[in-house]
Ligand binder design. Structure first.
Ligand code: ZN
Length: 80
């Protein structure tokens, strides 16, 4: 790589501005290769991880409720 490559910038389709290439990653999109800065990628991934964790906790809660209902249905009149 030429030394001048360190000074190259690319257009970030997320921020709609130019960043130094070394702070960016090339992303393959449906419309071709695009440059996007690492900061925006990590921010998006962090948001997604939080949403996924939230979604999983909701799913687990609903699953626990469904299990309770299933047990109630199987044993509607528990022996005393
Ligand atoms: Zn950017």
């Amino acid at each position: 790589m030429a030394v001048s490559a360190a000074l190259e910038t690319a257009f970030c389709y997320h921020c709609r501005t130019h960043h130094p290439v070394e702070e960016m990653r090339q992303i393959a999109t449906r419309s071709g290769k695009r440059w996007r800065c690492i900061r925006s990628i990590e921010a998006t991934q962090g948001d997604r991880a939080k949403r996924d964790a939230f979604g999983k906790s909701i799913t687990a809660m609903h699953q626990a409720e469904a299990d309770d209902r299933a047990r109630t249905f199987l044993h509607p009149l528990p022996h005393r």
